[in-house]
Design a protein around this ligand. Structure first.
Ligand code: AMP
Ligand code: MG
Length: 386
């Protein structure tokens, strides 16, 4: 059955037929209403739909092997660029901090931003967040898959790098069939920002991605051109009243119709760059990586912990966290938030952090250390000193 209204999809499901949903003008508008529970193929126009039927094939048939390969890459910690209905995403296993660190490395962002985690089944939301309120269930029943991102308090297992140290995580179920199949095959949630380097516009075709990121990505899945321009609407449920953090493809009026009034705009706590993700213990920069750790500017009787970039030898009495034994920036980024947290809970007077070379991922790491420190710290750029 071919149709461009959600009712058509429901009718197809009720009769046991396979539904093909058209993204012609009307279909695009109502895409978010197509229930997540129903298997449906999305076609850009009637021509494409008829071609599928005449060829008698699963519309993703030609892509099956490529998607399996992409899923294998995700499972083994690699990066895959994949199409969603909004833009192309740069995806990695959301539960692997090392894989997520590579996203930031490839994007060359000078800071860590929280990423949206993509799932292929609404029931998997529970693996990522602590609790799913009834009103959120109502919303996702109606609007997933589609351009609605939900922010809820995260479960501890969700790596801090995914949320840039925030206690909450943003989750969405995209509607692009290639994205859904990829997440299903990978059998885990995929964290993904848009697949462009920092400062470039978001890519809407596989060619854009190849031009901008080329061989830095393990695989670019081609799913045709995205339906351009609509980012997902981001809705946060951390407070009593839901809060619209970013307007997007799903109009806030439709949300309010279901769950009542929604607050608009970010609060300080929800701004990713707020101190919310910083440790409570005072953090200072250690003068230089070559300085002996014993020669530390701590006061008498002060308890001090160390955040070291790499292994420098020598035993120490004080607690120390080493970000990467051999000075690997990707590994350091993957360990950063957890290491800060482990030091923070020790109730020390002071944490001294070793400067990180400000090249590649080192810039984002230093940005986070600066934000977590007293404003007078780290004034100078940390030059790379091997
Ligand atoms: P993009 O991947 O380009 O669509 O951007 C993701 C957006 O989601 C950014 O604006 C992030 O700041 C926002 N975001 C992701 N996680 C959170 C979170 N836990 N709380 C608030 N905003 C978030
Ligand atoms: Mg972007």
């Amino acid at each position: 059955m071919i149709g461009d209204h959600p009712h058509d999809v429901e009718l197809a499901a009720a009769t046991g037929a396979q539904g093909i949903y058209l993204l012609t003008g009307h279909g695009q508008k109502h895409l978010a209403e197509v229930s997540a529970m129903l298997r449906v193929w999305v076609a850009s126009d009637l021509n494409e739909a008829v071609t599928w039927i005449v060829s008698g094939r699963d519309p993703l048939e030609g892509k099956r092997e490529e998607i399996q390969k992409a899923a294998e890459i995700i499972r083994s910690g690699g990066l895959v660029a994949f199409p969603t209905e909004t833009v192309y995403g740069l995806g990695a296993d959301a539960f692997s901090p090392l894989a997520v660190a590579r996203i930031f490395e490839v994007k060359r962002r000078p800071h860590f931003d929280p990423l949206i985690v993509h799932i292929a089944d609404p029931d998997h939301l529970g693996r990522l967040v602590q609790e799913v309120p009834i009103r959120v269930r109502k919303l996702i029943d109606r609007f997933w898959p589609g351009p609605l991102t939900i922010v809820l308090f995260k479960r501890e297992e969700v790596p801090d790098l995914v949320t840039a140290g925030l206690p909450s995580v943003a989750v969405r179920m995209p509607s692009h069939p290639v994205a859904l199949r990829l997440i299903e095959e990978a059998n885990r949630p995929i964290a993904a920002p848009s697949a462009n380097p920092f400062g470039y516009v978001s890519p809407t075709t596989a060619d854009h991605v190849r031009e901008q990121l080329g061989d830095q990505v393990d695989l670019v899945l081609d799913g045709g051109a995205c339906e351009v321009g609509v980012e997902s609407t981001i809705l946060s449920f951390l407070e009593e009243t839901p809060r619209l953090l970013r307007p997007g493809g799903l109009p806030v009026e439709e949300i309010e119709e279901m769950i009542g009034r929604v607050e608009v705009g970010r609060t300080n706590e929800e701004t990713p760059l707020s101190p919310a993700g910083c440790p409570g213990t005072t953090l200072r920069g250690r003068p230089s990586s070559s300085v002996n750790v014993k020669a530390i500017p701590a006061q008498q009787g002060e308890t001090v912990g160390f955040l070291a970039f790499r292994e420098s030898g020598g035993a120490m009495d004080q607690p120390i966290e080493i970000l990467s034994r051999d000075g690997n920036l990707r590994e350091a980024a993957a360990n950063l938030f957890a290491a800060l947290r482990r030091l923070d809970v020790l109730g020390l007077d002071l944490i001294l952090a070793e400067p990180i070379p400000e090249a590649g991922l080192g810039r984002a790491i230093m940005d986070r250390l600066r934000r977590a420190s007293h404003p007078d710290e780290w004034k100078e750029k940390q030059e790379y000193a091997p």
